[in-house]
Design a protein around this ligand. Structure first.
Ligand SMILES: [Zn+2]
Length: 70
C-alpha cells in the first residue's frame, strides 16, 4: 500500500476501536429506548454491543504522518 500524499510505501495499518461522537442525540435515543420495556431494552443492548465490537482499520504513513481510513 502506498501513501496518496507523499507516495511512500512505509505505511502501517492499525486497527482502531471507533468511539461514538453522536453526543446528546445518542443519549436521547438511549433514554427513549430505556422507557420502552423489553423491546427498547433489547434494542439498547444490541446498540451498545454492536458499538463495542466495532473496529476500524486505519493506514498511517510513517513518512509524512498522513492517516486515512481503509
Ligand atoms: Zn505519506
Amino acid at each position: 500500500m502506498k501513501c496518496s500524499k507523499c507516495g511512500s510505501d512505509k505505511v502501517e495499518v492499525q486497527a482502531v476501536a471507533e468511539t461514538s461522537k453522536r453526543g446528546c442525540l445518542a443519549a436521547l435515543i438511549y433514554i427513549v429506548l430505556l422507557c420502552i420495556p423489553v423491546i427498547g431494552w433489547i434494542a439498547l443492548f444490541k446498540l451498545i454491543r454492536g458499538k463495542k465490537s466495532r473496529t476500524v482499520s486505519y493506514a498511517v504513513c510513517q513518512s509524512c504522518g498522513r492517516r486515512w481510513r481503509i
